[in-house]
Design a protein around this ligand. Sequence first.
Ligand code: AAL
Length: 385
Amino acid sequence: MKNVCGWCGMTLAMLVLSGQLVAQNHPQGGFPYKFPDEKPDRPLSAALERNYTVYPAARPENNELYTQFKYTRLEGFDYNGGDGTISRRDPSKVIFADGKYYVWYTKRHTPTPPQGAQNSTDTIPSADWDLSDIWYATSEDGFLWKEQGVAVPRPPQPNVGWRSVTTTDILVWEGKYYLYYQGFMEASGLRGDDCPVAVSSADSPDGPWIPSNKIVIPNGAKGEWDQYSIHDPYPLVHDGKIYLYYKSDSNGKPNIRMHGLAIADHPLGPFKKHPLNPVMGSGHETTLFPFKSGVAALVIRDGNEHNTIQYAEDWVNFEIQSIVELMPNAGGPFIADAFTNTTDGRGITWGLSHFTNATGDWKANHAILARFDCDLSLDVNDPAM
Ligand code: AAL
């Protein structure tokens, strides 16, 4: 057709509007260089060589682990007009049970916004996730949510988590439900953001949740990379076992956050930390999902390899698959096969994440939950995804 580019199908008007009429011979003959899928038989620059050797597909649109992320504000949550006294953050994975979606998250409802560790008291929070409890909400469509109430409250002193219970994630194992979470025994920020991980279990996603009142993933010994904290516990089922990924936080400048892996035969442990830990040298909150026979990870925010999606065929040794933008912070995806012991992981298309108005210090005023959508699924036509 006249005035339609034979290569990209855009009309002349569309090309002018989108500023693409840059190639001399466009629209008559298409762009002078069409990026080939196969490695060309000629000497290549280092960048082009890398494009064929490092990434699973040379063109991002053919790379199953490349995506863009789209965000939608959730309906159904009240934030006191955004005055910083209510915060919801660090959502768990989303699960589907009894005909609806469930999510668990950190909720803080305090008289003031965070004031920093030195000004914190029994009622004034140091950080956005200080003096918090774990709440849950359900939804039929993933957009409109109904907050159901507290799932795991702070236990009385001296139990693990008496100061704050935060940043939870869900495991479904042999018909029972397990919530893993950070258990603070001091205000976050006194030294750093220091805590181990505790666990509660229930027969139903609606609870009641019974705390084990024990540390299930302990901090590393003095001098080890995870000496001060175990953050963002994130269980998946692989090889008939619980593979729980976590973050530790050295509080270096610039921040160095790495991911570790702890494996157990039973949800209450013992968890054995992997000898190759840390298994990832970048990232922040943990977001992983079974993909084909391996596991894929969203590596957000910190470190040399932030803003990448990585893949580990053996669930331990991760390689970069793509570089992406606007990744979900603290993403908790809906993963249909998170706990099925799959060897053919199908990927993800949506989940919940959070947005903060933090400037990078402890005084994050408050955070809100949002929905993200993406295309990291191998089942594009599967309505269940
Ligand atoms: C988040 C998570 C953990 C940290 C804090 C609350 O980004 O990594 O949960 O402790 O910040």
